[in-house]
Design a protein around this ligand. Structure first.
Ligand code: ADP
Ligand code: TRP
Length: 323
């Protein structure tokens, strides 16, 4: 059995890039026989940037509803809020006493973020220690992440190794980052990488009219309707291709090349494809967001299972440390 673990920060509603690049691949991995997946909402990490409580609650619900809307199997696996497993904070303290200061000071993510901020808080600095605790508390073996997080997994391995070495026991499993090179970078409405931070994202859960409005904002060139167009340099075509089947892509390519087919037509086709492709998750998402009791129930089931694992591991850690 392989234990897979990953976290997504609760800073907003997951967008099409998050869904295609992180959520669906993680769900696929969780379905493989023999895999056991722990997926959590990194709400403690979100406090480094998001201070508003109401926004946090809404984002937590929205991330949980997205995992469930895409049929993450909570019987076989675990879905939980990081903050509901208080053991992770205790372990963070212990691990911080095994984390060399320069390792954190030299972390790329800390350096990048701290250079852009006027106030740099300690939480941003110790962010990787909390992330290490998230992972090794549950004996995770594989951690699917984007490239930007690989250094954090290396830091996790270093800390776990130092701890094991100090007590001459395999207390913690050394996790491996799992970076899927084949995962596409989903472009945003402006053609850059789709990201919350660039405000170029498509929220597939929007009501129809609003969704259409967003799709219509996708930037295209000014080739007139009657002229042939190059599908390979068009954002609308790129997004369409990420969702369509082979026949639909061939047909769309032919429309572009033959001329007499405008970007407006292509955008409407993309909008209709999003509605058709995500009909079930859209309905399920909205159902869960308007019935947060159901969401709460699902999360609590995952939290009870995760907490049991966390408590067992922490018992061992405390005894090794003499607490
Ligand atoms: P954002 O850039 O919107 O803040 P995050 O950094 O929170 O997104 O990413 C959460 C997960 O979604 C990561 O695993 C990341 O690799 C994936 N992801 C984010 N944006 C994209 C994108 N445009 N295409 C593919 N995957 C993405
Ligand atoms: N830092 C990750 C991100 O921003 C989120 C995260 C927190 C995480 N703890 C984790 C990811 C543990 C994997 C494992 O994307």
């Amino acid at each position: 059995m392989s234990r897979i673990l990953t976290g997504i920060q609760s800073t907003n509603i997951p967008h099409l890039g998050n869904i295609l690049g992180a959520i669906l691949p993680a769900i696929e991995l969780s379905k493989q026989p023999g895999n056991n997946s722990l997926l959590f909402i990194a709400d403690l990490h979100s406090l480094t940037t998001q201070k508003d409580a109401a926004q946090r609650i809404n984002s937590v619900n929205s991330v949980a509803a997205t995992w469930l809307a895409f049929d993450f199997d909570t019987e076989k696996n675990m879905l939980y809020r990081q903050s509901r497993i208080p053991e992770v904070c205790e372990l963070t303290w212990y691990l911080s006493c095994f984390t060399p200061f320069p390792m954190l000071a030299n972390a790329h993510s800390f350096k990048d973020k701290s250079e852009r901020l006027s106030d740099v808080y300690t939480g941003l600095f110790t962010y990787p220690v909390l992330m290490a605790a998230d992972i090794i508390l549950y004996d995770a073996e594989f951690v699917p992440v984007g490239k930007d997080q690989v250094q954090h997994i290396e830091i996790t391995r270093d800390i776990a190794q130092k701890f094991n070495h100090q007590y001459n026991q395999e207390i913690f499993v050394l996790p491996q980052a799992k970076v899927d090179e084949s995962v596409m970078i989903v472009p945003g409405t402006d053609g850059q990488k789709m990201s919350k931070s660039y405000n170029n994202y498509i929220n597939i859960f929007l009501p129809e009219k609003e969704l259409l409005k967003v799709v219509k904002t996708i930037v295209t060139d000014a080739t007139p309707l009657e002229e042939p167009k190059n599908p390979d340099s068009c954002n609308v075509f790129k997004l369409y291709s990420l969702l369509a089947d082979a026949n639909q892509i061939t047909e769309m390519r032919a429309n572009y090349v033959k001329g007499g087919y405008g970007y407006g037509h292509a955008k409407t086709a993309l909008y209709e494809l999003i509605l058709a492709k995500f009909e079930k998750p859209r309905n399920r998402y909205n159902e869960l967001m308007s019935n947060t009791d159901l969401l709460e129930k699902e999360l609590q089931i995952g939290e009870a299972k995760a907490r049991k694992l966390a408590q067992e591991k922490l018992k061992l850690v405390r005894s090794v440390l003499g607490f």
